[in-house]
Design a protein around this ligand. Structure first.
Ligand SMILES: Cc1ncc(COP(=O)(O)O)c(C=O)c1O
Length: 386
């Protein structure tokens, strides 16, 4: 049978090859360090787990929820005020979604018509490109390169491309490149969006994993942001609840309303116990989040210091749970390098090319192990002569 051409938009050959070989190595008893997947190894806070458990014990909470509860919407609004200093978020500016990945697919579908252009970073978290493709849009890439600190440099985007585009996706701290936003960058993005009449979609998955300074903020805190943009607030990484799929689209009300209209054809609302867990996370103590940020920083230091000590260039790693490492020796073939690295050292990394053409020459490593194990991983890389 023939399936839709939509399925041809996505390739997963490299991951399939890495996974198949990884299983063989493990079956043969080889020690493997998996730094390829960004799943946190930390636990969710006890008060969040308890809120979900208590809510799930009530049979009334197993019905269709249909809507976000008033309590949940109020919790997001107060979180924006207290955590990010953003006043003026009202319940109509908030919609829950089953993770940022799902929300992005739907907000992009609410913004583009087939053939429309959308600006997407290269390299990027793959759903930024794929959500655009699924909506029938045509991604146009703006590059994140070492030359500009792996930050958006919008002066490079041709004016006709910017004028044609419906939205620009920005995400800082950035997966995979590990750069962190500055007020100047956000001001530039907002001015660019105004000039070219674009919606800004900011993905803020890592605002709680920023190194060498205070915790990160929100795009929506910058003057003018609420007129041009929306932001995804994900609880996944801050609270280690990746499996619960707790994320929110927040910001410009007409964009949120459009996404809500589309999603309401597909989804019957977030499970009440998940809503309760989200309220607990958003309104509860934040000490575990801050502790965790410092633990990620120790991991970042262990991995970057270690790689530098064995002759790698110091990776870019200012925020997110990833470090972005240039392959030593000027090699460009990141997929072949990742396979060879796994074969010879047992260390599994993600090839930079899987995040876009500008990722070639780099690999991404996830900070998903304590420093001692990261030291061992670096020793294994050194022992393999890589
Ligand atoms: C940039 C970025 N956004 C979003 C997510 C996922 O968020 P969620 O769990 O809310 O789908 C990730 C996870 O790796 C990510 O790297």
């Amino acid at each position: 049978m023939e399936f839709s051409q939509r399925l041809d938009l996505f390739g997963d050959e490299v991951f399939a090859a890495l996974n198949a070989r990884r299983r063989e190595l493990e079956a043969a008893g080889r020690k493997v360090f998996d730094l390829s997947v960004g799943t946190p190894d930390f636990e969710p806070p006890a008060h969040v787990v308890e809120a979900l458990r208590a809510s799930a014990a009530d049979p009334a909470n197993w019905r269709y929820s249909l809507h976000d509860t008033d309590e949940l919407l109020a919790a997001v609004c107060s979180y924006y005020r207290d955590r990010y200093g953003v006043d003026g978020i009202t319940p109509d500016m908030v919609m829950s979604c089953r993770g940022t990945q799902e929300g992005l697919v739907h907000v992009c579908a609410a913004l583009v018509n087939p053939g429309d252009v959308a600006l997407v970073p290269d390299p990027c978290y793959p759903v930024f490109q794929n959500a655009t493709l699924l909506a029938g849009g045509r991604p146009a890439y703006y590059r994140l390169t070492a030359e500009h600190g792996f930050l958006p440099h919008l002066a490079d985007v041709p004016a006709e491309v910017a004028d044609a585009a419906r939205y620009i996706i920005v995400s800082l701290p950035a997966n995979p490149v590990g750069s962190v936003g500055t007020p100047e960058v956000y001001e530039e993005v907002i001015a660019f969006a105004r000039e070219h009449d674009l919606v800004v979609i900011h993905d803020n998955a890592y605002s709680d994993i920023v190194f060498d300074g205070p915790a990160g903020g929100s795009f929506l805190s910058h003057p003018g942001a609420l007129e041009v943009g929306v932001e995804f607030l994900s609880l996944s990484k801050s609270f280690n609840v990746t499996g619960a799929r707790l994320s929110f689209l927040v910001g410009r009300p007409d964009v949120v309303a459009a996404a809500r209209k589309l999603r309401s054809q597909i989804d019957f609302g977030m499970f009440y116990p998940e809503q309760a867990a989200a309220v607990a996370a958003l309104t509860g103590p934040r000490d575990s989040v801050e502790r965790q940020r410092l633990l990620y920083q120790e991991r970042r230091d262990a991995l970057c210091d270690g790689l530098e000590a064995i002759g790698w260039e110091r990776p870019n790693a200012h925020g997110s749970m990833f470090v972005w490492a240039r392959i030593p020796g000027g090699r460009q073939d990141s997929s072949a390098f990742a396979l060879e690295l796994m074969e010879r050292s047992g260390v599994i990394v993600t090839p930079g090319a899987s995040f876009g053409p500008s990722g070639e020459g780099y690999v991404r490593m996830a900070l998903v192990m304590p420093p001692e194990q990261l030291h061992e991983a670096v020793d294994a890389i050194a022992a393999a002569g890589m």
